[in-house]
Each structure stands twice: as structure tokens, then as C-alpha cells.
Design a protein around this ligand. Structure first.
Ligand SMILES: Cc1cc2nc3c(=O)[nH]c(=O)nc-3n(C[C@H](O)[C@H](O)[C@H](O)COP(=O)(O)O)c2cc1C
Length: 378
């Protein structure tokens, strides 16, 4: 199947699965432990059904919206997703170009394989920087300063990573814990010569970190050596607020009181997320947490939700339940792995088309028309 024939995100997933070696596909598609939460993210959307309004003139529609006070042509944000360079050569840059062309923000991951400065210089668009917090705080703070200097408008602090989730697919392939691929994984790579010829020439490099670590230290072993800081707490979050003058998001919130606390610390918004089912298996989904968070902070801060968005109707459900926008993780990553920037564009086109149809079929002309009365649970 070629890109143009892909009708759904699922079609892009199928193309991606064939294009990349198994260990890359598993890294993107997989979750932690029994993948209960990964599956639950989809089920949260599937449980919701529409109660559409009928006989509404929907001839004049617009999908444009505002996310964190800035314009977006769709209520979605691409990423943040680490190691995109494994899916496509210079995958972060490709993602950035596609997001900028589609007029939606892109959240660059700390562990991108193109540098945050190169992405800002070459791709532009609305760029957000996602920051992991390392034990060596000087590294985190230097990254935050660099993102500010490069013109990033929003900082995302990811809080659901005090320790890494147990991702058994990656442990089996040898990607984790220390990127020592098994013989079986290496043989499978050889069966993907096109991938090998393009992607494998861009050695996995964590360019953002390399600069901070200096010549004597290797970024890949730094990342696999438990460098994420399990001591991260609310005092730290307040300090990041003082350090960062732009918009600030806390990503990884699943409880109303945490959302309220983030706002009290000066956050401009929260991302309701379980990290795409890759961290705490058994956690509720962002969609499950949405109603209580909406009751607590709506009108005071932006509420963004992620996890399991695969259809335009999922975007509509999230907005109807009170979210301002959704983050796309795998949906755009599958597009990237299927066809680089063109594949991401295809993924965004598919979701745009589906979202537009969903609006019209619900008797809505714009994202702001989506309201809770359109939704029921089955
Ligand atoms: C392959 C992969 C890598 C990810 N890397 C990061 C990351 O570096 N930083 C981060 O905050 N979230 C990361 N996430 C989580 C996503 O930002 C997002 O929360 C999640 O993918 C949403 O679920 P979905 O993939 O079902 O859309 C990653 C997700 C995937 C699938």
C-alpha cells in the first residue's frame, strides 16, 4: 500500500510496520507491562458516543482554533516523541516541517535526534520544547535556556517519568536497557535494507544532550544509566516556572488536585496523559481524568489531553468533553515511519478530514461548537 492509498491512521500503521525493523515498530507501538493502559486509551474513546444535533446548517465550517493562546489550524499538537530518527532519517526535522506546513504546534522531545536549534532554524512554526528532568539539574536548566534562546514558545515538563516504565518489547529486542540489540533483532534489520541504507546512517544520537555532556561523556549511555530524576517535585516545578518566561505545561497529570496545584504553581495548562501507556500500566487514561480536571480548572488554564487519538472523531470527543486540544503521539509517528514528512502530512490530512466530517455530522461548524451534551457513555 502506498501513502496515498492510506485511508486511516491504521493503514499508516500497517505501512510503517512493514517499512521499519521490528524493534523500531515495537518501540513506537508498544506500552509497558501488559499494555492494559495502552489498550485502555483506545477504550476510553470507544466508550463515548455522540448525540448529534440534527437539521443544523453546517455549510460554513472552519477547523481553526486557539491552543495556549496561539492560532492552530487544527486542535492538535504533534509529539513530543523521542527517537523519531529511528522511524525516518532526520525524523524530528521531517515532523517539524510537516507540522509547520499544517499550521499546528510541534513539541520537540528532549531526546530528539535533530538539535532543538536546527529544528527552530530550519523548520520554524509553533515550536514547544518538552523537557525531561535529569538528576544533573544543570543539564536540564541549560536545555531550558537553549530552548528560550532558540525561540521556543512553550515548555512542557514531563512528570510521569520518575523511573522508566517496564517496556517488555524493548527489553526483548535489546533496545533496552542499554541498546544492545539481540542477534535476532540484528538479523531482522538486515531484512530491511532500505531502512538500513537511510536511517541507520544517522546513528542514534541525542544531540541536545551531547552539547551539555561535553566530549568525555556519551549521551546514549547517559540516558540508559537512570539519569531521570525520581526526586522531581512541586518545588522543582515552581523553579522551572521562575526560569521559563514563556508558556508552561505540566504533562503527565491524571488527577484534579494535581491539575489545580500545577495552575497554582503558575502553569498555563496541563496535559492529561499516561505517556501513551508506556509508563504506569494500570493507570487511567487522560480522557478518564478529563471530567474531574475540567470541573477543577476549566477557564483558568488550558487542558490538553492525549493517549489513543487515532480518528478525527477522537479529537471531537476530547473537545466536547472540555479539552482545548489533543496531542498526537503514535498517529503522527506511524505517518513518519510510513513516509517521512509526507507520511506525517498524510496522517494530519486524514485526521483533518475525519474531524471536519465529525463536526458536520454532529451539527457543528467549528471546534467551539463541541459541547458535553453531544456525548454519552455506553
Ligand atoms: C515512541 C514514543 C516516544 C515518546 N517519547 C516521549 C518523550 O520523549 N517525551 C514525552 O514527554 N513523551 C513521549 N511520549 C509520549 C507522547 O508524548 C504522548 O504522551 C503519547 O504518545 C500519546 O499517546 P498516543 O501515542 O496513543 O497518541 C512518547 C510516545 C511514544 C509513542
Amino acid at each position: 500500500m502506498d501513502l496515498k492509498k492510506a485511508l486511516s491512521i491504521e493503514d499508516l500503521r500497517v505501512i510503517a510496520r512493514k517499512r521499519v525493523p521490528r524493534f523500531v515498530f515495537d518501540y513506537v507501538a508498544g506500552g509497558s507491562e501488559d499494555e492494559v493502559t495502552l489498550q485502555g486509551n483506545r477504550e476510553s474513546f470507544e466508550r463515548l458516543r455522540f448525540r448529534p444535533r440534527t437539521l443544523v446548517d453546517v455549510s460554513q465550517r472552519s477547523l481553526h482554533t486557539t491552543i495556549l493562546g496561539g492560532p492552530s489550524r487544527l486542535p492538535v499538537i504533534a509529539g513530543p516523541v523521542g527517537l523519531l530518527g529511528l522511524s525516518w532519517r532526520h525524523g524530528d526535522m521531517e515532523m517539524a516541517h510537516a507540522a509547520a506546513a499544517a499550521g499546528v504546534p510541534y513539541g520537540v522531545s528532549t531526546v530528539s535526534m535533530d538539535s532543538l536549534e536546527d529544528i527552530a532554524r530550519e523548520a520554524g512554526g509553533r515550536l514547544w520544547f518538552q523537557c525531561y528532568v535529569f538528576r544533573e539539574r544543570a543539564i536540564t536548566e541549560a536545555l531550558i535556556r537553549r530552548a528560550a534562546a532558540a525561540g521556543y514558545e512553550t515548555l512542557i515538563i514531563t512528570s510521569d517519568f520518575p523511573v522508566a516504565g517496564k517496556r517488555e518489547r524493548d527489553l526483548r529486542s535489546g533496545l533496552l536497557p542499554a541498546n544492545q540489540l539481540t542477534l535476532r533483532t540484528k538479523l531482522d534489520i538486515l531484512l530491511h535494507p532500505r531502512w538500513l541504507a537511510s536511517v541507520a546512517t544517522q546513528r542514534p544520537r541525542f544531540v541536545n544532550l551531547e552539547r551539555e555532556l561535553g566530549a568525555g561523556r556519551d549521551a546514549a549511555s547517559f540516558l540508559t544509566s537512570n539519569m531521570f530524576d525520581p526526586a522531581l517535585d512541586w518545588d522543582d516545578f515552581r523553579r522551572f516556572r521562575d526560569l521559563w518566561k514563556g508558556k508552561l505545561l505540566l504533562k503527565g497529570v491524571l488527577r484534579a488536585e494535581d491539575a489545580a496545584r500545577a495552575v497554582a504553581c503558575g502553569a498555563d495548562g496541563v496535559v492529561l496523559s499516561n505517556h501513551g501507556g508506556r509508563q504506569l500500566d494500570g493507570a487511567i487514561s487522560g480522557m478518564d481524568a478529563l471530567p474531574e480536571v475540567v470541573r477543577e480548572i476549566r477557564g483558568r488554564a488550558s487542558i490538553i489531553v492525549d493517549g489513543g487519538v487515532r480518528r478525527g472523531s477522537d479529537i471531537a470527543k476530547a473537545l466536547a468533553c472540555g479539552a482545548e486540544a489533543v496531542i498526537l503521539g503514535r498517529a503522527v509517528n506511524y505517518g513518519l515511519a510510513a513516509g517521512g514528512a509526507a507520511g506525517v502530512t498524510r496522517a494530519l490530512d486524514i485526521l483533518r478530514d475525519e474531524f471536519d466530517r465529525t463536526l458536520a455530522l454532529n451539527g457543528c461548524c467549528r471546534p467551539a461548537d463541541l459541547s458535553p451534551d453531544l456525548i454519552t457513555t455506553v
